[in-house]
Design a protein around this ligand. Structure first.
Ligand code: AMP
Ligand code: MG
Length: 430
């Protein structure tokens, strides 16, 4: 819980700035997080170990630096679920209650999350130094990021450009994987975007159930800035903010620097679309999407939206339709009218691929989970834990760690929320 510091560790809280909901804030920083240090794993990979909720730091700005138990358990479940789903993400090593009480809506039990990340360097970390015109710090930071995450950039003709291109490519892949799973981050501020390309900051995030592209969960996102359908565009916007910080390192001549940045940024829509199309092909059981598949794909999303179908189960249903679990699955998911009308078109397209059905099913299953950390389940486990019962938390944690395997015994963890169970708003964690 951060009461004793391991020998040899030099804990620190990092400074950063950031655009929050589009507004620049020059002074953020780890206000409730403490970096204990770095560890090398048995494969020589380097990780940050960070405590979240361990108390005030120089960047706490009036906050208490603490975290209630609820947000700690939420981050634990969702980040571990994302890891199991194959999404680059920070992870949860441990969660402990502190015995202290923290004041939020009322008095809540305090807790600390031990978070593991490839690093916690953010777009906002670069912004902090760029806005101060501190070129030396920017160079130091860039050198650190190269050593740690983009070693191939060391020998590039323009290392800053190589890092920019690397970050753009990783973010394009990351956001595509969020879209494939219906994951809505909820607070894609530039301080919540890591240069290592891992998902970070599981505050008001949630997985979309009924498919509506404008879905928002965050209680403070009144304009829908971070809605599901906006995530690729917002990532692109954040990357522009990152490129701005690198201008002095990209080229001595500012116009040249801007031209280089623009060219690199211009690749984002294509990189995202390619990653998105490749993932959609897997989700649909197709070998690859062809240009003339656009209509089929648009038809599917229109049908899902019209039916308000559960995003996760709709895709898994497609995987199972001709397999041994088809019956069991039909009990869990009934295609609505629009989806039922779309299905023959898709089957016709599948036939054109002339694929082995079992191979196709296996590929499709590996892209379409049954179990995701659904918001109402996370909420229920938090409420049980606050009452002292950790059994539901452990059950859900074990289940989301194995999201692909259908098990009828866990049907209650697979189905979407009933109307009375729905959690429509989540709050900025701690
Ligand atoms: P987030 O919205 O989670 O990305 O946090 C935005 C900023 O608020 C970060 O700089 C956090 O460190 C800070 N912050 C959030 N909660 C607290 C808290 N309880 N005490 C101090 N700082 C906080
Ligand atoms: Mg944050």
């Amino acid at each position: 819980a951060g009461n004793a510091v391991p020998e040899g560790a030099e804990p620190l809280a990092t400074a950063y700035a950031g655009h929050q909901f589009g507004q620049y804030n020059p002074q953020l920083g780890d206000g409730r997080a403490l970096l204990l240090g770095e560890l090398l794993d048995s494969d020589g990979r380097r990780f940050d170990i960070q405590l979240k909720g361990s108390g005030p730091t120089p960047w706490s700005r009036g906050g208490d630096g603490r975290s209630p138990l609820g947000p700690v358990l939420r981050e634990y479940l969702v980040s571990e679920g994302m890891y199991a789903l194959g999404v680059p993400t920070t992870r949860a090593l441990a969660a402990v209650t502190t015995g202290e009480r923290v004041m939020r809506d009322g008095i809540e039990p305090g807790a600390v999350l031990a978070r593991v990340a490839s690093s916690h360097i953010r777009v906002g970390t670069f912004q902090y130094f760029a806005v101060r015109g501190d070129r030396e710090a920017l160079e130091t930071l860039l050198g650190h990021v190269i050593e740690r995450h983009y070693p191939q950039a060391r020998d590039a003709a323009n290392p800053a450009l190589a890092v920019l291109e690397g970050v753009i490519a990783r973010q394009a892949g990351l956001i595509a994987s969020w879209q494939h799973l219906g994951f809505i981050h909820g607070v894609m501020n530039t301080d919540n975007m890591l240069l290592c390309g891992e998902t970070v900051d599981y505050g008001p995030c949630a997985f979309m159930e009924a498919f509506h592209p404008e879905t928002v969960f965050s209680s403070i996102d009144h304009g829908g800035r971070y809605a599901y359908q906006n995530q690729p565009g917002i990532a692109h916007w954040n990357l522009v903010r990152f490129a701005e910080t690198l201008l002095p390192l990209l080229h001595a001549d500012q116009d040249e620097a801007i031209a280089l940045a623009q060219e690199a940024l211009g690749a984002f829509p294509r990189l995202f679309s390619e990653a998105h199309a490749a993932g959609l092909a897997r989700k649909l059981g197709l070998k690859a999407l062809r240009p003339d598949d656009d209509e089929l794909v648009e038809g599917l999303f229109a049908a899902l939206a019209e039916d308000g179908a559960d995003f996760t189960l709709a895709f898994r249903h497609l995987s199972e339709f001709d397999g041994p679990d088809a019956r069991a699955f039909e009990g869990l998911f009934q295609p609505g009218n629009a989806l039922a009308a779309w299905l023959p078109r898709w089957r016709e397209r599948l036939a054109a691929d002339d694929d082995d059905p079992a191979a196709r099913r296996a590929r499709q299953r590996a892209a379409n989970p049954v179990f995701i950390p659904r918001n109402h389940l996370v909420q229920a486990t938090i409420e049980a834990a606050e009452g002292g019962d950790l059994a539901p938390f452990h059950r859900l944690a074990a289940r989301v760690a194995d999201p692909w395997t259908w098990d009828p015994a866990d049907v209650d963890l697979a189905r979407p929320a009933r109307p009375e169970e729905q959690v429509r708003r989540t709050f900025c964690g701690t």
